[in-house]
Design a protein around this ligand. Structure first.
Ligand code: C5P
Length: 288
């Protein structure tokens, strides 16, 4: 039995780090959006044992360190399933170490795929709970759509979809280590924070300009290097009619918000000659 599913990237429309918790993780406050930039994930289940994973990028782990394999293991354990061999093949399109949740998206796609293949009929909420065991962003990548994320990033509240808009996502040359960036952040010293309440109000009002105006990511101010490139990309996106542009997650990818796909595509055409970039649309909430 085999199924093909899409693993959608996520963007942080805003990202705030509220505090460092006793377990070393950080309490987050983020507005998240899934987009149609995606990896293709094929999952096959046969009689047998074990979990195998392969990806189109040779340098990614092809063993239980891969979040997709971890998700499969957590799913089988939770559903109490034995005597099944799971093989996962991932065609990567989402840039890695970019703050786009690529690994989390692959894990979430595996959870959805196994739920369908094995006819286990777990709810989206149950899949999110399993996802939280393997990574903080996995629950959002299961749910998709537009959401306010708190806790480690795993506590989700649906928000209304963004008004009509599109994105251009640009991947700088340098990559960022998520744990390193978290460790550099001193929550008490964060000077500028996003107006998350104002952003949520703008979303509820369907006010795209108001949303763009409030996009902000506190990690931009904590980058150990590469800030100039982030600012240069932001400038290029704004020069090409983005309403706002920020880094997503712990970076290094930067995205611009546009008022139409045509406008985003125009910017993509201009930038794509010299930068790795993608035009993308918003993806709505996942329903089983
Ligand atoms: O949960 P996940 O495995 O994706 O997190 C990767 C790393 O990011 C953690 O080991 C931790 O260093 C950091 N992190 C954090 N606070 C969060 C989420 C992640 O400190 N809320």
């Amino acid at each position: 039995m085999k199924i093909d599913v899409k693993a959608f990237a996520k963007l942080n429309i805003s990202l705030d780090v509220v505090s460092r918790m006793a377990d070393g993780y950080h309490e987050m406050l983020m507005v998240m959006q899934s987009v149609d930039l995606c990896d293709d994930v094929s999952v096959t289940v046969e009689a047998g044992d074990g979990i195998a994973v392969s990806t189109s990028l040779r340098y990614l782990p092809a063993d239980m360190r891969n979040i997709a394999a971890k998700a499969a293991g957590a799913f089988l354990a939770r559903a109490g399933i034995r005597g099944r061999h799971v093989s996962i093949a991932i065609k990567k399109r989402i840039p890695v170490c970019a703050g786009l949740g690529g690994g989390s998206a692959d894990g979430a796609a595996v959870l959805r795929a196994l739920n369908a293949l094995l006819d286990t009929r777990l709810t989206v909420r149950e899949l999110e709970e399993i996802g939280a065991e393997v990574g903080s962003d996995v629950p959002f990548c299961v749910r998709c759509g537009t959401a306010l994320a708190t806790g480690r990033g795993n506590v989700l509240e649906d928000l209304p979809p963004l008004p009509d808009c599109a994105f251009v996502i640009v991947k700088p040359q340098f990559a960022v280590s998520t744990p390193e960036l978290f460790s550099r952040l001193d929550c008490a010293k964060i000077r500028n924070r996003p107006d998350t309440a104002g952003l949520v109000d703008a979303l509820r009002a369907g006010n795209l300009a108001g949303i763009a105006h409030r996009m902000y990511n506190v990690f931009e101010d904590a980058l150990p290097r590469g800030r100039e490139e982030i600012d240069a990309i932001r400038g290029e996106l704004l020069d090409n009619h983005a309403l706002g542009a920020i880094m997503t997650g712990t970076g290094s990818a930067v995205f611009g918000l546009f008022d139409s796909y045509e406008s985003a595509h125009g910017a993509w055409k201009t930038l794509s000659g010299r930068r790795e970039c993608f035009a993308a649309r918003a993806v709505g909430k996942y329903e089983v």
